[in-house]
Write a protein that binds this ligand. Structure first.
Ligand SMILES: [Fe+2]
Length: 183
């Protein structure tokens, strides 16, 4: 599956443009993680780009979110490793994180929300004016972007990655696609 095919399929299945942007942001962080760890960039990128493809189809039903997505992307030709990471990203399903890919997707997913919120409180609402230190500060404010699970973000430790390095890597990755994110 090419990236273009994946993105087309995302656009077919997801109407909410903020969700599409969230998936693009997750893709960017996954690509950055692949470079950091010398892993397959295309495969990690695809997992990030596709991971919430079923979010509107499942209508918030957490017992099927990820399951339907994995089935969909398997049919489209995604690798088993990508399908597995999509299953494991929804903890409700009880699929343990085993591979680097599983672990990377699990921590990258919530980081996008924290960084997006950190940009939106800047006067210009731009990612370019967010400093790594302000992301670190916002991380510690539990009520700030409360939906971005601090526990899940902190699971970057499963990759052997320090939290500060992970947040800086995520910020740079999202700044690199700021235009696509409209931030
Ligand atoms: Fe997500």
């Amino acid at each position: 599956m090419t990236r273009e095919e994946a993105l087309n399929s995302v656009r077919e299945n997801v109407e909410n443009q903020n969700t599409v942007k969230h998936m693009l942001a997750t893709e960017a962080i996954m690509r950055a993680l692949s470079k950091r760890f010398g892993e397959d960039e295309e495969e990690l990128g695809l997992a990030g780009l596709l991971h919430d493809i079923d979010v509107e189809l499942t209508e918030g039903d957490m017992s099927s979110h990820g399951k339907l997505g994995a089935d969909l992307v398997r049919e489209m030709g995604a690798s088993e490793a990508v399908c597995r990471a999509i299953l494991a990203h929804n903890e409700t399903l009880g699929v343990p994180r085993e591979s680097m890919l599983d672990k990377a997707l699990f921590c990258a997913d919530p980081l996008t929300g924290l960084i997006t919120a950190a940009a939106l409180v800047r006067p210009d609402k731009k990612l370019g004016s967010v400093e790594p230190k302000s992301v670190r500060k916002r991380f510690k404010e539990k009520s700030f972007a409360a939906g971005a699970s601090r526990e899940n973000i902190s699971s970057c430790s499963e990759l052997g990655l320090e939290l500060d390095e992970f947040m800086e890597l995520g910020l740079k990755a999202m700044q690199g696609i700021a235009g696509d994110l409209g931030l």
